[in-house]
Design a protein around this ligand. Structure first.
Ligand code: 5GP
Ligand code: MN
Length: 338
């Protein structure tokens, strides 16, 4: 492991006191890696007797409601005043699983008011906005923030690691590695997972909770959009899937219901880049995935006000669905496949 991570953890271990007040947050619309990280870290600090508050910048998918510690997490959009107080009083603010302050949406104003010397980043996205943070653990080659949180706990006080923390960490690592399938999965990831499995976690139940936990509407929505809203470009190398505002409403699609759908597009063997756009009324949300060297992080950053990782990124547009799709088609048709 990068020795600088260990030295940052050692510095934090010296600076965080038993009477410190900590806030832990993550990106908006958090996924299992984001909430797995926040909750494992909160459980860890609580086991040391340190006060902590987890704040999610927004709501989260209901399929995450089984995660340990989830009932202690507050939603910034619903409890702004209370959350702002926690942020004001915090001695340290841990920012997990995001690289830029616009990833916390309406919470970014409050986060920008926190003095830099209190700000800690632990993340695995490319191009972190480093100027906002005093302490930085930014490891884009690590497949999940939960793997970094494991290292944090390991070097802070591994004797405290328990089943609940291990469950949170396994959930995040498993999701962000696509169940250990993505090329980002490292030998070290499996070593960490082996350690987590020693803590009596029920890995089969975690998979069921995350992947087989939807309402019937999701399957019906999936069938409909695959039949009616799927397009192939660049001789089948690009798959594009749309969900209109009407589709979202008709099938009652909620936060989290679209999770994982984009990965199905790779079942077509010619596909090298997959894109999905969802009309969320307030904005058009883009998801991009790619195989091998195709850099969707760069693509999302350049054309869709987003970012992420080389093979998985997201973005947004305030154009109409029709215009943003046209925009995508123009740029992707100009993309040179090599
Ligand atoms: P998803 O398509 O699952 O929403 O996101 C894929 C990856 O890209 C995730 O790692 C996510 O954190 C990142 N991502 C999604 N949307 C954005 C965005 O608007 N800006 C940035 N910087 N990253 C994003
Ligand atoms: Mn992540």
């Amino acid at each position: 492991m990068n020795p600088q991570i260990i030295s940052t953890i050692e510095i934090l271990k010296n600076n965080i006191r038993f009477d410190s007040r900590l806030v832990i947050t993550c990106h908006q619309k958090p996924d299992a890696d984001a909430l797995g990280s926040t909750n494992a870290l909160a459980l860890f600090f609580e086991s040391l007797g340190i006060k902590v508050q987890v704040i999610s910048p927004s709501n989260w998918a209901s399929y995450l409601n089984w995660l340990p510690y989830i009932d202690q997490v507050i939603n910034y959009e619903k409890n702004k005043q209370q959350a702002d107080e926690f942020l004001n009083q915090a001695d340290f603010v841990f920012c997990l699983d995001f690289n830029a302050l616009d990833r916390v949406h309406s919470m970014s104003t409050a986060l920008k008011l926190v003095p830099k010397q209190k700000m800690i980043l632990i993340d695995h996205h490319q191009n972190p906005q480093s100027s906002f943070f005093e302490y930085i653990i930014s490891e884009p080659h690590i497949p999940a923030t939960c793997q970094l949180i494991y290292y944090f706990i390991e070097h802070f006080d591994v004797s405290k690691l328990n089943t609940k923390m291990a469950t949170c960490l396994y959930a995040g690592i498993m999701t962000d590695t696509g169940s250990f399938k993505f090329s980002s999965t490292l030998p070290e990831t499996h070593v960490v997972v082996a350690e987590l499995l020693k803590h009596n976690i029920n890995h089969q139940q975690i998979h069921t909770n995350l992947f087989d936990n939807y309402r019937q509407n999701r399957l019906e929505f999936l069938g409909f959009i695959l039949q009616n809203r799927l397009d192939f470009l660049q001789n089948g190398k690009v798959a594009l899937l749309l969900a209109t505002a009407e589709d979202i409403q008709k099938f009652d699609i909620q936060t989290g219901d679209t999770e994982g759908i984009i990965n199905l597009l790779f079942e077509v063997k010619t596909v090298e880049i997959a894109a999905m756009v969802t009309d969320r009324l307030e904005e058009r949300r883009w998801s991009f995935r790619s195989r091998s060297h195709h850099d969707v992080n760069m693509f999302a950053k350049t054309y869709f006000n987003g970012g992420g990782h080389q093979n998985a990124a997201g973005g947004k547009s305030h154009d109409s669905l029709e215009n943003t799709v046209q925009n995508f088609k123009t740029h992707i048709n100009n993309y040179q496949f090599k």
